[in-house]
Design a protein around this ligand. Structure first.
Ligand code: PNS
Length: 158
């Protein structure tokens, strides 16, 4: 059985992330969505909140579990026995950074292969930072995020 990890900030999880995760869950025996604990961004949601929103979002995916980590992604992958690292690729602008990360990770841990999945077109332009900005400025994010995230942003003080 192949275990895949899907690392990221998920600050917060969006429909684009969910799209990638649902595809990965069909392709691999087990998928661990791994939330980076210290993204060093001022506007960041607390790690506990990011993990909770993911848990509430993925209850329909039986072979997916949520974890969090600090430090190197490859160390987390090793500890979890993962052979595959999943990343979503939305646009050409993502490519250079993703390529650099995939190649660095391959050097650090040759047993781990990065696989890129492309979200559906309607989810392609969504990013967590744009979601936060729309919500902060009073816009409606319903169509861009899973319901638990939508609910959360309606309740917080902006
Ligand atoms: O959702 P993001 O912010 O694009 O995810 C980036 C992430 C968390 C996958 C990346 O920053 C990462 O792997 N960070 C952990 C530190 C690490 O392993 N760095 C070396 C990778 S080049």
């Amino acid at each position: 059985m192949i275990t895949a990890i899907y690392p990221g900030s998920f600050d917060p999880i969006t429909n684009g992330h969910l799209d990638v995760l649902e595809r990965a869950s069909k392709l691999f025996g087990k998928v661990i969505i791994a939330v980076l604990g210290n993204p060093n961004k001022k506007s960041s949601l607390p790690i506990e909140t990011r993990v909770r929103l993911i848990k509430e979002t993925i209850s329909h995916l039986n072979n997916v579990e949520v974890g969090s980590f600090t430090g190197l992604t490859v160390d987390y992958a090793k500890a979890k026995g993962a052979q595959v690292l999943i990343r979503g690729l939305r646009a050409v602008s993502d490519f250079e950074y993703e390529m650099q990360m995939a190649q660095t990770n391959k050097h650090l841990y040759p047993q781990l292969d990065t696989i890129f999945l492309v979200p559906r077109m309607e989810n392609n332009f969504i990013s967590s930072s744009v979601i936060k900005e729309i919500s902060l400025l009073g816009g409606d994010i319903t169509q861009f995020v899973p319901e638990p995230v939508n609910k959360y942003f309606k309740t917080i003080d902006k």
